[in-house]
Ligand binder design. Structure first.
Ligand SMILES: Cc1ncc(C[n+]2csc(CCOP(=O)(O)OP(=O)(O)O)c2C)c(N)n1
Ligand SMILES: [Mg+2]
Length: 574
């Protein structure tokens, strides 16, 4: 008997799915709830169907959507049910807000016709989400759901990118949205037409770029900081070319890491104390002047004066206002770097500079480069440490040996991840995912699920503190059900180290900072259908990692590390 052709759905859910697909969305991350069934029905009956990935906590769904956006530079989609589904998503939405990640979260919503009479999970969500989204609103009409979802994606992907929340009243999502689903314009999807990073932005004002070029032409110790938006907006190639043409020392931040590969002669991240402390001009592009950059205070070290600060952002609303800037520019970052590379040589000629390379290439750059390679050489002792219990850095010494250039490395934890941020230098941009400035523990499994889907043939490594593991490890079940092999490494020191040591420093004692020593997080993953092992000796880490990469299933290497080792931290971020 011939298979019966399914009647295409036309409810609001089908319209929403069709609109999302126009923006390049291929996966819906979700946890079930009756209020959002039409979105699933729309996904299943779409042609081709949209992939559904069902998780064990709504925060995982949103973290996965966020990581999709940060890895693919196309927007991510999460669907959460009314009430608790939405409130469980708030921390992850806030992380996307801090990271400028283009994510759309669609929420279910109790029906309008019963509003106020005490319906199940009846909550007015947009006021809760408004402070942490570009926009949060409700759609009440079935016939307008497609347009509203399209609007949500347009907003999320326009610079400065960020999360958008839309909930849909139940009768609008279940109701007939009318004939004619949203369709692609001739020539492809709305997103594909825009290229990496989403909707095209205007370039910066040429006068602003000329002013910055003039400052650089008069500088003798400049530093260029490349942040996450350089990658997210697709400006990584232009940034690298400008840095190379101008021979600027570069410090990489967040997802700006990898724009210059590890070992590049201009990459001086490991000499950041000297670079930031002794610079006379710091040009920060694509990241806020937040605690990660000392709030934008540079210079003053070894008898130098304060540095001039230049801030460049993808949109005017993201230029720093908390400190004086010597100059600034706002607009498309690719345009900015291309214009800057052209404007600096002109400005140097006008300033009467000598022909040949820029003045900083002779002593400042080599000095920072030497300091960076000196720091890297000095790491070797701890990266190869035979200490027993294991020194956490030995884990990274072993990991570096087996990591491929296109690996995706995800960090979720305290000290254990701080070590990784310092000692694992990516070879390519877009391969490093930390939680960003919101610093929310629990990103791990959501980010790992998305990374496995976004980069099917790359290594995906999730670094978990043992404390952090508690927030999302149940979603190893999602990895198992969806056949997503990921290597998890738990740096298990039996404590919340990043809180234990600061509390001891402040009060001379600590409370609520201890976990179970030697807890078998690998057994948790095994119970959920994956695999893993516990490692207690430094020499066993390398072979365990090789077994993990070869396993073909989610695998957790539970490394018992020395709780007496505290990360040498210069700031707690407050
Ligand atoms: C959701 C959330 N809760 C609490 C914190 C505060 N916090 C930051 S780091 C940290 C300790 C992390 O411990 P663990 O993951 O075991 O890593 P370790 O520092 O021990 O290496 C805590 C509790 C946070 N950042 N996010
Ligand atoms: Mg710990």
């Amino acid at each position: 008997m011939a298979e019966e052709k399914q009647e295409p759905a036309r409810h609001g859910g089908a319209h929403a799915v069709a609109a999302a697909r126009l923006h390049g969305v291929s996966t819906m991350f979700t946890l079930s709830g009756g209020h959002v069934f039409p979105l699933y029905d729309g996904a299943v009956k779409a042609d081709p169907p949209m992939r559904l990935v069902d998780v064990r906590h709504e925060q995982t769904a949103v973290f996965a959507a966020e990581a999709t956006a940060r890895l693919t530079r196309a927007p991510g989609l999460a669907v959460v049910t009314a009430g608790p589904g939405v409130t469980n998503a708030v921390s992850a939405i806030t992380s996307a807000w801090f990271n400028g990640s283009p994510v759309v979260v669609l929420g279910g919503r109790a029906p309008d016709y019963r509003w106020g009479s005490g319906g199940l999970q009846e909550l007015d969500h947009p006021p809760l989400l408004a402070p942490v989204t570009k926009r949060a609103w409700t759609e009440h009409q079935a016939g307008a759901v497609g347009t509203a979802v399209d609007e949500a994606f347009r907003l999320a992907t326009a610079p400065h990118r960020g999360p958008v929340f839309l909930d849909v009243a139940m009768e609008a999502l279940f109701g007939d949205g009318g004939p004619g689903l949203p369709a692609a314009p001739p020539g492809g999807t709305a997103h594909a037409a825009d290229g990496p990073g989403g909707a095209a932005a205007d370039g910066p004002d040429p006068a602003d770029v000329a002013a910055i070029a003039g400052l650089l032409a008069r500088a003798s110790r400049p530093v260029l900081v490349l942040g996450s938006d350089v990658w997210l907006s697709g400006a990584d190639t232009a940034a690298r070319e400008a840095a190379c043409a101008l021979r600027l020392p570069v410090v990489a931040n967040g997802q700006g890491r990898g724009v210059l590969p590890a070992g590049h002669e201009l990459l001086v991240t490991r000499a950041r104390a000297a670079a930031f402390g002794e610079a006379d001009l710091v040009l920060v592009a694509g990241t806020p002047l937040d605690f990660r950059l000392g709030y934008g205070e540079f210079g003053g070290r070894n008898g130098t004066g304060p540095a001039q600060v230049v801030h460049v952002a993808d949109s005017p609303g993201h230029l720093a206002t908390h400190r004086a800037l010597a100059a600034s520019a706002a607009g498309d970052l690719t345009c900015f770097f291309t214009m800057l590379a052209g404007a600096v040589p002109t400005a140097m000629r006008q300033a009467g500079g000598a022909a040949g390379g820029p003045p900083w290439a002779d002593s400042w750059l080599p000095r920072l480069a030497a300091a960076a390679s000196g720091a890297i050489a000095a790491d070797q002792a701890l990266l190869n440490s035979d200490a027993d219990p294991v020194h956490p850095m030995r884990v990274y010494g072993e990991l570096a040996r087996v990591l491929e250039d296109d690996a995706v490395v995800i960090g979720d934890g305290g000290d254990f991840v701080s070590y990784a941020g310092k000692y694992l230098e990516p070879q390519r941009p877009g391969g490093w995912l930390d939680p960003g400035p919101y610093g929310c523990l629990g990103t791990g499994l959501g980010y790992a699920i998305a990374a496995r889907i976004a980069r099917p043939s790359a290594q995906v490594v999730l670094l978990l503190g043992d404390g952090a593991a508690g927030f999302s490890l149940m979603d190893a079940d999602t990895l198992v059900r969806h056949r997503l092999p990921v290597v998890m490494i738990c740096g298990n020191n039996g404590i919340w180290a990043l809180e234990k040591y600061p509390m001891q420093a402040l009060y001379g004692y600590d409370v609520v900072a201890d976990l179970q020593p030697g807890c078998r997080y690998d057994e948790v993953v095994r119970a959920l259908g994956g695999a893993g092992e516990t490692v207690t000796r430094p020499g066993d880490i390398g072979p365990a990692l090789r077994r993990a990469f070869d396993a073909g299933v989610p695998y957790l290497v539970n490394v018992l590390t020395d709780p007496a080792v505290a990360y040498p931290r210069s700031t707690t971020g407050v």
